[in-house]
Design a protein around this ligand. Structure first.
Ligand SMILES: [Zn+2]
Length: 375
């Protein structure tokens, strides 16, 4: 059985609905994956996530490796059991966290040496170790160690990082193949390659061709949504989509703004993750069909509407903006939980609307309507 089946493809764009089969369960796409950085989606329980119809979660190899540590996860029987999550989990490779969190890092052919952002202790990540660690974590979709660059990056630097990422991807692929060789097919995890290349379309296209040649189960776009302009993001996206095979999933790492998700689905992207919904919640920012707003604004003090009138989440079914605004201003933890639940549900609802629109061949119309209401 193929692990990715396109169910519907819209005529006027590249938008598509598909079914991604993993060893732990099926995922409908387009999909938004909540992020469980420290083996938890901040302020939200697994029952909450189930109620939000979460189909796949993301967790970070870098964070889990440093804390709680792999021996804790092994003892628990893997991350699914440890955090009590029954559905599919994708783990990233740690490349982005080594780049963004650790100040002291040194990249060599072997791997990347860095000191922990928690206690300064020294560590070495190699393409092979990162595969072994994802095996210990027990996630269902694994990714290859990559080299991220700063934004903006000069061409020479981006070129060098891409070349290193390509060589590491080849090593990760070989190591993965050895590891899963004797596994029954239904127990095998999926392996995604990560595409780098900064904002340079020729490097992006080269990354895509190289990863396609390694026959990964899916392709993750790394190093975007890091402060580049929308034009640069669109150009980089267009450059990778062309050479990628059409029968594999494409995952845009770290993209969470609703308008960018609509645009990227129109370009053919299937999977998304971002900490944005829960980070916004901690700052009292609410995602809503009529646009994003701050709950603490004076206008909401006496506002008896739900956070977003069209939403079906627990926060919107039970509480008013007035109440949640009061909780937020009083520093009550419940406000973080309720806005997190709502913001996550908002993005998941968007993906459901996209799926309906693609099936009915009206994706472009639905996208325009969303944009005119939201922006
Ligand atoms: Zn809601």
């Amino acid at each position: 059985m193929e692990h990715f089946k396109v169910l519907n493809k819209e005529k006027d764009s590249h938008a598509r609905c598909a079914l991604l089969h993993t060893r732990t369960g099926d995922v409908h796409t387009p999909v938004f994956m909540p992020v469980a950085t420290q083996a938890t989606v901040k302020a939200v329980s697994q029952d909450d996530l189930a109620a939000l119809q979460t189909e796949c979660m993301l967790s970070n190899t870098y964070h889990l490796y440093l804390r709680p540590g792999l021996e804790v996860l092994k003892k628990a029987g893997g991350l699914h059991k440890f955090m009590s999550h029954a559905g599919p989990i994708l783990t990233d490779s740690g490349g982005f966290q080594v780049y963004s969190l650790s100040r002291l890092r040194k990249i060599s052919e072997e791997g990347v040496k860095f000191s922990s952002h928690i206690d300064g202790s020294p560590h070495l990540f190699t393409p092979e170790k990162v595969i072994d660690w994802q095996a210990a974590i027990g996630s269902d979709i694994w990714t290859c160690l990559d080299v991220c660059v700063e934004n903006p990056a000069d061409y020479g630097h981006a070129r060098k990082a891409l070349d290193q990422t390509k060589r590491w991807a080849e090593r990760a692929r070989r190591h993965f193949d050895k590891l899963v060789k004797d596994m029954p097919k239904e127990n095998r995890p999926l392996l995604f390659g990560i595409l780098q290349g900064s904002t340079y379309p020729d490097l992006r296209a080269e990354a895509a061709r190289h990863a396609a040649g390694l026959d990964f189960d899916g392709f993750a776009l790394g190093g975007l949504s890091v402060g580049e302009t929308k034009k640069q993001m669109r150009e980089a996206l267009a450059a990778v989509m062309e050479p990628l095979p059409k029968n594999k999933p494409v995952y845009f790492m770290g993209l969470g703004s609703p308008e960018d998700i609509w645009d990227s689905v129109g370009a053919g992207v299937d999977m998304f993750d971002c900490v944005l919904p829960t980070r916004y919640a901690r700052h009292g920012q609410v995602l809503a069909s009529a646009g994003r707003y701050y709950i603490k604004n004076a206008a909401h003090r006496l506002d008896d509407q739900p956070l977003d009138p069209g939403c079906d989440c627990e926060a919107c079914r039970k509480y008013s903006r007035s109440y949640i605004s009061h909780l937020f201003k009083a520093g009550e933890m419940l406000s973080h939980r309720l806005i997190s639940i709502h913001n996550l549900r908002f993005l998941i609802n968007q993906t459901h609307e996209m799926r309906r629109a693609i099936k009915e061949n009206r994706f472009e119309e639905a996208r325009s309507r969303f944009m005119s209401d939201y922006l």
